[in-house]
Design a protein around this ligand. Sequence first.
Ligand code: SAM
Length: 327
Amino acid sequence: MTVLMETLQNAAAALGSGSWQPELAARLEQRGAQLRHRDGNVRRLLGRLAEAPRLQPSRLDLAAGRVVIGAPEDLGAWPQAALHDLLMAFRPWRKGPLRLFGIDVDSEWRSDLKWNRFKDHIAPLAGRRILDIGSSCGYYLFRMAAHQPDLALGLEPYPPFFCQYLLLQGWLRQPRVHCLPLKLEELPAMDGRFDTVFHMGVLYHQRSPHDALNRLASLLRPGGELVLETLVLDGEDDLALCPRNRYAKMGNVFFLPTVPLLMTWLQRAGFQRVRCLDKSWTTAEEQRRTPWINTESLADFLHPADARRTVEGYQAPLRAVLLAERR
Ligand SMILES: C[S@@+](CC[C@H](N)C(=O)[O-])C[C@H]1O[C@@H](n2cnc3c(N)ncnc32)[C@H](O)[C@@H]1O
C-alpha cells in the first residue's frame, strides 16, 4: 500500500468508530485518487516522497521552539547535500523552524512565536483528543505530540503542505499524530468528538465565518476548548473589514472582525468564557522571506511608503489569539 493510502486509513482508524465512518471512508478514497492523479506538482512531490530515505532519527525534540528530527550521523551513506535538495523540492516551507538531520529549515514563519502566545493559557493537552484545522506541514501537531495527547489530528487540504507532513511524519512516526487532506467543511459531522480544537490562520479564509464557528462548536464536547487565531481589525467597535479584492496580496480573505465583534460571533456560535489572550502586529521577525520559500513575504505585502498599511491601503496584518469554551 502507498504511504498516502496507509496514512489516510490510519487516520480514519484513529478517530475510532462512529456513524461518520462510511462517509469519511468514501471521501478519503476519493481524495486519495484525486491526489494521485492531480497536476504535475503533486505527482512530482509524491514521487520525491517515495524516494525519501527511510531514516531512523537518533534524537527528537518536539518540545522546543525548533522541532528537531535526527542528527547528521543518522544519514549514513546519504550525503547531506542530497537531503538538502530533497527538502528544497518541497518548498515553500511556511511553518517551522525545523532542524532535520542537521539541516536548519528556516521557514517563512517563526511559528514558535505564535505557540508561545497561548502555551501557558490553554488546558493541558495530555490525554486530550485534539483537532488542528489548517495544520500545514504539521509543525503544531508535532509540538502537541510532546504533551502526550490521546490524538492530535490535523486537517490540511493544500496538497503540497500535506506532502510536507507525509515527509516529516515518515521520519517521526508519532503514533498519536495523524492528518487528513480535507477542509473543515469536508469533515463529516463528528459531534462532540474533540476536547480541544485549534483553528489558527484559517477564519479569514472562510467565506462564512458564522458557519465555520458553528461547525467548530459542534466538533467540541461541552466544556471543550477552542484556540482561535485570526487576522483582526484594530478597534473596539462591532465592525469587520471585508476587502474589496485582495488583502496583503491574498485573494482569499473575506472578513477581518474587531476583537469585540469576534467575541460576539463566538458567543452566538455557542461558546462561553471567551477571552482574548493576545493581539500582535505581524513583524518581520515573525514572517519573512528565507531561502526556504520561493514566494513573496511580509515585506512585499506592506505599502512601500507606510509599513502600517498593506499594499492595497488596508490596515497592516494584526493577529489575535482567543480562547473559548463550548457551552
Ligand atoms: C495561514 S495558514 C495557517 C497555518 C497554521 N494553522 C498556523 O496558524 O500557522 C492556513 C492553512 O489552513 C489551510 N486551510 C485553508 N482553508 C482551510 C479550510 N477550509 N479547512 C482546513 N484548512 C484550511 C491552508 O491550506 C493553510 O495550510
